[in-house]
Ligand binder design. Structure first.
Ligand SMILES: *[C@@H]1O[C@H](CO)[C@@H](O)[C@H](O)[C@H]1NC(C)=O
Ligand SMILES: *[C@@H]1O[C@H](CO)[C@@H](O)[C@H](O)[C@H]1NC(C)=O
Length: 515
C-alpha cells in the first residue's frame, strides 16, 4: 500500500485512471502507455481531466482529529462562578486556574501513547516564514511596544508563569477580542505549563497593517492578527470564530463540524442543485458586488445562484435562516474575499461540495495548506462569471472528480483543521515566537489578570453559551503534533510555480484556447 499511495502523491496524472492499486509491473506498463498518450496528444481529454483534479484520493492518512479517543481526557477543568452576582468573579479566588506546574513535572507525567505523534499539517511550516523578519534580530521590548505607532492595537496580552494578563487598548468589532482572548485561555488550560512566558500585541481588524515596504532596513513590530497578504508582515493567528461568533449565531468550530457532518450527509452531492452558490454581505467589498453580476436574475445563465444577506432581517430572527451548516444544498460553493480575508472560507470548504475560490492575495493561518485542483477550484477575479460557468460545467461533466474535490476540502476541515490542530498551531506559533524574545517578559504595568471566571461568569445569552460550549474540558496530556521543518527557498518557489502554472492553465482552458 505504501508504494501505491506514494504513486498517488508523485504520479498524479496517472493515478486518476488507475483508481485501485495494481501490481508494480502493470503500473510501469500503464505509466509507459500514458506517457505515450501524453506525448502524442498532450491535451487529450483524459489528461485534462486528471490535470484538473490533481489525482487526489482522499488525502494522506494522518488522523489528527480525536487521535487518542477518550484517552485524551486528562485532568478535568471546571468553571465555577460565584453563586451570587454580588460577588464579582476574580482570578485570585481558588476557582481560578491552578498555578502552572513546572514544565518538567508535566513532561514526566505525559502519557505514553500507542498512537505515534504525527507530524503537524504542512501549513504549520509557514510559522517559520511568518517569524522570519526577526530571525536574526530577535524581538525586543521596543519592537513589541512600537506596534501601536504603526497600527491599531486592540490588546496586549502576556502569559507569565502560566497566568494570563491583559491590557486592553480598545474594544474590537463585536466580540472578536473576547473570543480570541478566550481561545488563548483555553490553550493555556489545554497545555498547562507548556505555553512559555511571552507578550503579544493583537489587532482584531480585517486588513493587515504592517507594510513590508516600510521595514526594509529595520525589523517590523510583531503584530498578531487574523490575516495578511504578500505585502505585509503581520503574524497570522486563528480567528475568533473557532470559539464562536454569537452576533451571527455561528457556533464554535468543533460543534459546527459535527453539525455540518450530519447536514452534508443528508443530501447526496448528486442530488444537490447543479449550480454554484454564494450568500453573504455584498456591501463590504467591490469585488463582491461585482460577483452579483453573475446571478441568473441578470438574464444570463452563468451557473451561479447568488444571494445577498439581509443583515437587519437576519439579525432580527437570530440568523436562523443563514445557518452555514444548512447551506450544503448546492453542488458548488463560491468563496470570495471580504474587506480582506473572510472567516466564511472554512464553513464553505466543509460542505462536501467543491469550493470555487475567487483568487485572492489574502491568506490566513490555514489557507496556505490548500492546493488548487485538489481542495478547490480557482476562479479569476477579473472574469468571475465566465470562470464560474466553466467550473460548474466541468464539474457536472466530471462528477467523480468534482466529488473528490468536494471531499478533499471537507476532509481538510475535519482533520487538518480540527480543533486539536488549531490549538497545536497556536502552541507552536507562540513557542517559536517566545524563543525570539530578547528580554524576559514581565506583567505589563497596566495589565490585569484574566481567567475563565473573570471572562465568562458575568456574560449572558449566546455569548455565554458559546464561551461555555468552546471551553476546553480537560488538560491534554499527550504531545502536540511535531513541528515540521521550515521550507527551503526552493520548496517555496516550487509551490508558487506549481500554483501559478495551474491557474494559468485553467485560464487558458476557460478562454477556449484549448478545446
Ligand atoms: C449528529 O449525528 C449524530 C449521530 O446521528 C448525533 O448523535 C448527533 O447529536 C448529531 N449532532 C448534531 C450537532 O446534529
Ligand atoms: C439571484 O437570482 C435569484 C433567482 O432569480 C434571486 O432569487 C436572488 O434574489 C438574486 N440575487 C440577488 C443578489 O439579486
Amino acid at each position: 500500500m505504501g508504494w501505491c499511495s506514494g504513486l498517488t502523491e508523485k504520479g498524479r496524472s496517472a493515478s486518476v485512471y488507475i483508481g485501485t492499486c495494481l501490481t508494480k509491473g502493470w503500473m510501469v506498463v500503464l505509466a509507459g502507455f500514458l506517457l505515450v498518450v501524453l506525448l502524442t496528444t498532450s491535451w487529450s481529454n483524459e489528461y485534462i481531466q486528471s490535470f484538473l483534479t490533481d489525482g487526489f484520493d482522499g488525502g494522506n492518512l494522518v488522523k489528527w482529529h480525536n487521535r487518542h479517543g477518550s484517552e485524551a481526557q486528562g485532568t478535568p477543568i471546571t468553571l465555577s462562578c460565584p453563586t451570587t452576582t454580588a460577588q464579582p468573579a476574580t482570578c485570585s479566588s481558588q476557582n481560578s486556574m491552578a498555578p502552572s506546574p513546572s514544565p518538567s513535572s508535566i513532561d514526566a507525567k505525559r502519557k505514553f501513547s500507542s498512537v505515534p505523534t504525527p507530524s503537524c499539517p504542512d501549513f504549520f511550516r509557514y510559522i517559520h516564514e511568518d517569524l522570519k523578519p526577526w530571525i536574526t534580530t530577535g524581538i525586543t521590548k521596543e519592537m513589541v511596544e512600537s506596534a501601536r505607532q504603526h497600527a491599531n492595537v486592540n490588546f496586549r496580552l502576556a502569559i507569565i508563569g502560566g497566568r494570563v494578563y491583559l491590557e486592553q487598548y480598545s474594544r474590537a468589532f463585536q466580540t472578536r477580542d473576547v473570543f480570541t482572548i478566550w481561545g488563548i485561555l483555553q490553550l493555556v488550560n489545554r497545555y498547562p505549563g507548556r505555553v512559555p512566558d511571552l507578550e503579544i500585541m493583537f489587532n482584531c481588524d480585517d486588513p493587515p497593517a504592517i507594510k513590508a515596504d516600510v521595514f526594509r532596513t529595520t525589523p517590523p513590530p510583531p503584530l498578531f492578527r487574523y490575516c495578511k497578504d504578500g505585502t505585509t508582515l503581520d503574524i497570522v493567528f486563528p480567528d475568533w470564530s473557532f470559539w464562536g461568533w454569537p452576533e451571527v449565531n455561528l457556533k464554535p468550530w468543533e460543534q459546527f463540524l459535527e453539525e455540518i457532518g450530519n447536514e452534508s450527509r443528508k443530501l447526496k452531492w448528486k442530488n444537490r442543485e447543479p449550480y454554484a452558490y454564494w450568500k453573504g454581505n455584498a456591501g463590504v467589498a467591490w469585488t463582491r458586488g461585482d460577483l452579483l453580476r453573475c446571478n441568473v436574475s441578470n438574464g444570463e445563465e452563468w451557473n451561479a445562484r447568488l444571494f445577498s444577506q439581509n443583515w437587519e432581517a437576519e439579525q432580527q430572527n437570530g440568523f436562523r435562516s443563514s445557518n452555514m451548516a444548512k447551506q450544503c444544498t448546492y453542488r458548488y460553493k463560491i468563496y470570495i474575499e471580504g474587506r480582506s480575508w473572510s472567516v466564511s472560507e472554512k464553513y464553505i470548504l466543509a460542505c462536501n461540495s467543491p469550493m470555487l475560490l475567487v483568487t485572492t492575495p489574502f491568506i490566513d493561518f490555514f489557507t496556505r495548506g490548500l492546493v488548487p485542483g485538489r481542495h478547490y477550484w480557482p476562479i479569476r477575479p477579473d472574469k468571475k462569471c465566465k470562470s464560474i460557468k466553466y467550473a460548474v460545467n466541468w464539474g457536472n461533466r466530471h462528477q467523480r472528480e468534482a466529488q473528490k474535490m468536494g471531499r478533499a476540502g471537507s476532509l481538510f476541515t475535519q482533520e487538518e483543521l480540527s480543533m486539536e490542530n488549531v490549538y497545536d498551531y497556536m502552541l507552536h506559533l507562540l513557542t517559536e515566537y517566545a524563543k525570539l524574545l530578547r528580554y524576559k517578559p514581565t506583567v505589563p504595568e497596566k495589565a490585569t489578570e484574566i481567567c475563565m471566571e473573570s471572562m465568562a461568569c458575568s456574560e449572558t445569552g449566546l455569548v455565554k453559551d458559546f464561551l461555555l460550549d468552546s471551553m476546553v474540558e480537560s488538560t491534554y496530556d499527550f504531545e502536540p503534533c511535531l513541528m515540521p521543518y521550515p521550507f527551503t527557498t526552493e520548496e517555496l518557489d516550487a509551490i508558487a510555480r506549481k500554483k501559478d502554472k495551474y491557474l494559468r492553465e485553467v485560464a487558458v482552458r476557460e478562454d477556449g484556447l484549448i478545446p
